[in-house]
Structures are given as C-alpha cells and as structure tokens.
Design a protein around this ligand. Structure first.
Ligand SMILES: *Cc1c(COP(=O)(O)O)cnc(C)c1O
Length: 440
C-alpha cells in the first residue's frame, strides 16, 4: 500500500510508543495500523486524503458525526468558562444541568446521577452501590452478582467478573470473583418453531430458578437490554426484561441496566429498557453520551437507593471517586448531544432511517452466505458462513481497502453507523459489504 511520509512516520512512531487496546501487537507486523489525520461526518481521513466510512461509530461512541459543529461550538464556549473542577465539595452548571436532564428522561424515576469517565467504571459503581445498599439495609450477605451468558460489562477486574466473553476473561480468571451466568435470551438460540418471545420466556424461567435458590446472597442482576454487543450483537425480545424486572422485584435483587452501548437511541428508543416499559434500579450510560467527543459515564439510580446512603455516619456514604468525575467539558458535550436529539427529533427520524436502511439491505439479508440477518434500531448484524478462523481479520482488512471501517466479531459482521449516515452512504456500505462477501 502506497502511503505518504506523514502516514508512514505516524505508524512507525505509534508502533514504537503506543500499546494499542484489544490488540496482539505482533499482528501489526502484517496488519497495518491506520493513521487518521481528521474526521468529518461519517468519514475518517488519513494524511493523503484516503478515506474510511466509520460504520462502527469508532467503537460505538459516535452519534452525530466526527467534528460535529454543534458539539464543537458548545465545547468551545465551555472552554472559555471552565474546563474542569473537582466534584467533591464543588459543583458547576454543566453537571447539574446534565443530571437534571437525564433524570427527566427517566421521568424522574432515576433521580440521582453518579459520574465516572468510562463504561467499566460505571459497571464498578453500580456493583459497589448495589452491594453497599444491601449492607446499609442490614443484608450484608448479599454479595453475589448474576449476568447473562455472553454478557459484556467492561474489563476492569470487577466489571470483568460479570463479563462472560472467554477471550477477555479466561486469562484473568485467577484474579476475578466468581459470578453466576444465566442463559441468554439471544433469539438465535430459539428452537425451530419457537418464537423469540417464547424463547425469552423460557430463559426468564431459568433466571427464576436461579433466583429461587440464590436470592438470599444475590445483590444484583446486570443485563445489556435488547442487544448484547461485544458477544456479537445478540438480540432479544423485550419480554425477557419485563420478566426479569418482576423477578428481581419479587426476590429483592437489583436490576442493573447496562446501557453503555444501547443508550442514546441506538436501539430505536432513547434507552433500550423503555421498550420493555420497565425501570431498572441502576442505569449505566457512557459511549454515545458525549456524541463520541469525550470520555464520560454515569450511573443513575432511584431515591430509595440514594436514601440508604444518606446518614450521619461517613462510611454509610458512597465514598467512591475518580479524578475527572463530572468533568465540565464532557458534561457540556453531553448537553449538546441531548440538544441535538431534541432539536432534530432524532428518535423519530432514526425510525424512518432504520427502515430505509433495512429495506436497502434486502439483498444482503437474502445472500446465500448470510445467516441470522437482524436489526434493532440503528444496529444491523449477521453471520457470514465461512470456515476461515481468520475471517474477522481478513474481512476487516479487505473492508479497509474498500473504504469501510468494519470490525467483525468472529463471523459476525455488524453495522453501527453514526445516526447522520445518509442514504447514499448507507447504500455504499451495503453494496461494498455485498462485494466483500461475494469475494471472500
Ligand atoms: C463498551 C461497554 C462497556 C465498557 O465501557 P468502556 O468505556 O469500554 O470501559 C460496558 N458495557 C457495555 C455494554 C459496553 O458496550
């Protein structure tokens, strides 16, 4: 591949000095790093102007395009006032306004916001808060957590304890607390003749049996509502969430909705759990919250939980903290992101856009090598029949040659584009993906 000196130089310096995430670095002896000089809309550009369509929203964070001018303007304004102040003992307008707005978006049900900077930290906070709530409520033996088979909740040690992706977890098993996994309502696993809803009901039965036996020592059940992302975009029927909510209620176990990926419109509603008409005890948000501009995460919870910490005794309080908790710039980016949702009627517009993209993908869905073509909101996924164990890397590399940033998970190819993707760009994505499948 012909690259300019600037591209080449950046690659060499990166490989020498940067330890890249989720990467066996030795693979970069053959797999080139991609230098990015700038981004605009759905596109990323290198120093020569070679471009890539960001069909995975840069690891699922970007909502309204790279360099979005409205988020940029809000950040520029915020920079002139306050970049950051510690949030213990101090407060500021962006964090207050964001907390008020997020609470309103849960109709006030989740009225208390605790901030961190990344998704894994939000998981840690929800797990610690749940345990600490039960401890403060005279039930210190509730120390166990449940998650779904194939669940992903981040990779710090506490979050990894409830994550169930072998490649990320097995190496560190000796360092982790054991948690329980219950069957995933992933609709691909339904028996033939069994509807996705019936299968969800069957899986809720498995959760019920687990809770019957273990509720006394269980603090919380953590779940990615509607779509389990990192395991390969496993989708399930909302009925599972309704039943899980009722079971958690019955057995005094918290329900943690990890909407780090599904939040902010990704599944067609602002939050995925709303499609089940339920309210979780904890709601974890990150990724799209700042439109993909800055790291920020938040855990929302109920007044009941908040009140169990409110006391004269300091150790009954939630003493968890991160240096950048409630960073003013990140909160301001999140406010600008929520403004775009409101001003542009994004949720309604996405419904129409999602239907148009699904219609345009008919040939892809019907392709002889495509299995389980599925869609929820602004996520599309399917498996490609292929024996090659290196399918994912090979597909990724060949996609880049066709100007597409696609990062299959095993044999699962997925599209999770920024919401501003145009019909033309979606058409290009679909056509070139079809070419890739035909030629692999
Ligand atoms: C990405 C993700 C996380 C972890 O977030 P990080 O910011 O990568 O730590 C947790 N849960 C879900 C569902 C995610 O998709």
């Amino acid at each position: 591949m012909q690259t300019s000196t600037r591209n080449d130089l950046l690659l060499k310096r990166s490989l020498a000095a940067v330890w890249h995430p989720c990467t066996q670095m030795k693979q970069h002896e053959t797999l080139p790093l991609i230098p990015i000089a700038r981004g605009e809309g759905c596109w990323l550009y290198d120093f020569d102007g070679k471009r890539y369509l960001d069909a995975v929203s840069s690891w699922w964070v970007n909502l309204f395009g790279h360099g979005n001018p409205r988020i940029t303007a809000a950040l520029t304004d915020q920079l002139a006032q306050l970049e950051h102040v510690m949030l213990a003992g101090f407060t500021h307008e962006p964090v207050v306004a964001l907390s008020e707005r997020l609470s309103q978006l849960t109709a006030g049900a989740l009225g208390h916001c605790f901030y961190a900077s990344d998704g894994a930290s939000a998981t840690e906070i929800a797990l610690k808060m749940s345990f600490h709530y039960w401890r403060n409520s005279g039930q210190p033996h509730k120390t166990q957590f449940i998650s779904l088979a194939g669940g992903y909740h981040g990779e710090t040690l506490g979050a990894l304890s409830v994550t169930d992706v072998a490649l990320f977890k097995d190496t560190y098993a000796p360092l982790l607390r054991v948690s329980a996994q219950v069957p995933s309502p992933d609709w691909r696993l339904a028996e033939s003749g069994e509807s996705s809803r019936d299968y969800a009901i069957r899986c809720a039965g498995a959760l019920e049996r687990h809770l019957e036996q273990h509720h006394a020592e269980t603090a919380a059940f953590i779940v990615e509502p509607l779509v389990q992302g990192a395991v390969g975009m496993a989708m399930h029927d909302a009925e599972y969430l309704r039943r899980a909510r009722a079971l958690c209620e019955r057995y005094s176990v918290h329900l943690i909705a990890d909407e780090i990926m599904t939040g902010f419109g990704r599944t067609g509603t602002l939050f995925a759990h709303a499609q089940a008409g339920i309210t979780p005890d904890f709601l974890c948000l990150s990724k799209g919250i700042t439109g993909g501009f800055l790291p920020l995460s938040v855990v929302l919870t109920t007044d009941t939980i908040y009140q169990a910490f409110y006391d004269d005794a300091v150790p009954r309080g939630f003493l968890h903290s991160h240096s950048y908790t409630g960073n003013a710039l990140a909160c301001r980016a999140a406010l600008a992101t929520l403004d775009i949702f409101e001003q542009d009627g994004v949720i309604a517009a996405n419904q129409a856009k999602s239907a148009r993209i699904s219609a345009a993908a008919r040939d892809l869905a019907a392709h002889s090598r495509v299995r389980h073509f599925r869609n929820t909101g602004m996520i599309w996924a399917f498996e490609v029949a292929a024996d090659d164990p290196g399918f994912s890397r090979d597909f990724y590399q060949r996609a880049l040659e066709r100007e597409l940033l696609l990062r299959p998970i095993g044999n699962t190819v997925y599209f999770m584009p920024p919401y501003i993707i145009s019909d033309e760009e979606a058409g290009l994505l679909i056509d070139r993906t079809l070419e890739l499948i035909d030629q692999s």
